[in-house]
Design a protein around this ligand. Structure first.
Ligand code: AVI
Length: 326
């Protein structure tokens, strides 16, 4: 592993450098933490696919209900004048939900370009191939890289009105301050008249929420533990997975649904040249999946200077897609 940054360092080495720096910084802080953005290696992607089809994990089904059954309403809110526009999706993945919207838009004959943004070039080429097959008339321009850099690139490529999709309650994986600065930066990277569609998971019966993240088959536990496997493999660490246990919490007052790994004994873990000591029962803070009230969503919109356009909920009122305008 090359940990020196020099002009010949490859992209993957930069990735390893920042992964190592983040992991060591997180595990040396108190409480210990790891970032859930690192959950998604090949195994993590597969486990998340499994999570999305678990009966307990209602989020994907609820947003799919909106995209499948309320497509015309969505289009009225994102493109009321039926004018040419660019549809940009942040973290598009397999675009399972947005494909319903794309199909409908292609059928209406409106002129638009779909611009999925993802950090994974591999995911984007799979997506381009899939959409090319299913929707040959779709104009697609995939952008590989950081969200905000790619938004700037999209603005330089075309001056059409932009609509940004940020689905799946991905915003819930940021704490409130991070979500505020993300929405603020999103606003700053767009132009007057551009719109955003953001998916928020709503507060509901706390049992329903906790069950979605605490499945009996242990898929969510495996999803969390997989990050330790990834650190072992990519950073030369020696986590013993049997000595860590997944623990999930949900606080219905704040709406914070949080996952932790608990150290089952006092132990020392080696990561590269460093040693990290874990006390018995010490926690690693792994992920937040924030749940929102209508008031919290409004507060976020106001703080990030967007104008309210509308919103669509699923038939159970468990999930909302909001549409805001710059
Ligand atoms: C990707 N993200 C919105 C998921 C969530 O619900 O927070 C990730 C996840 N974590 C555990 N289960 C699903």
């Amino acid at each position: 592993m090359n940990l020196q940054v020099n002009p010949h360092t490859k992209v993957e080495d930069h990735h390893v450098d920042s992964f190592l720096t983040d992991v060591l910084k997180g595990l040396k802080s108190s409480p210990k933490r790891l970032s859930s953005k690192y959950f998604y290696d090949k195994t993590g992607d597969r486990l998340f696919q499994e999570i999305m089809v678990m009966p307990e994990y209602y989020l994907t089904k609820c947003e799919l209900d909106i995209f499948k059954n309320k497509t015309a309403d969505l289009i009225r809110l994102i493109n009321p004048e039926n004018e040419p526009f660019d549809l940009i999706e942040l973290g598009a993945g397999d675009a399972m939900k947005s494909t319903f919207l794309l199909k409908h838009l292609v059928e209406t004959g409106v002129q638009f370009t779909y611009m999925p943004i993802d950090i994974s070039g591999n995911i984007l080429s799979i997506l381009k191939e899939k959409l090319g097959r299913e929707l040959p008339a779709l104009e697609i321009s995939a952008l590989e890289g950081d969200y905000f850099q790619m938004l700037q690139k999209a603005a330089s490529l075309s001056h059409r009105r932009k609509v940004i999709l940020f689905l799946g309650s991905n915003i819930g994986n940021m704490n409130i301050e991070e979500a505020e600065s993300f929405c603020h930066a999103l606003n700053r990277n767009l132009s007057s008249g551009d719109r955003v569609l953001i998916g928020f998971d709503l507060k509901k019966n706390p049992h329903t929420i906790l069950n979605a993240y605490n499945d009996k088959n242990g898929i969510t536990a495996a999803f969390n533990l997989n990050l330790l496997t990834r650190i072992n493999r990519e950073l030369g660490a020696d986590f013993d997975l049997k000595q860590f246990q997944h623990y999930q919490t949900y606080d219905p007052v704040s709406g914070a649904c949080k996952s932790y790994l608990v150290s089952l004994k006092e132990q020392t873990v080696k990561i590269g040249n460093e040693s990290i000591l874990f006390e018995e029962s010490e926690l690693i803070d792994m992920e937040i999946s924030q749940k929102f009230s209508a008031e919290k969503i409004e507060e976020l919109r106001e703080k990030s200077d967007f104008k309210r356009v509308g919103e669509i909920k699923d038939s159970k009122n468990w999930f909302v897609d909001v549409i805001w305008q710059v």
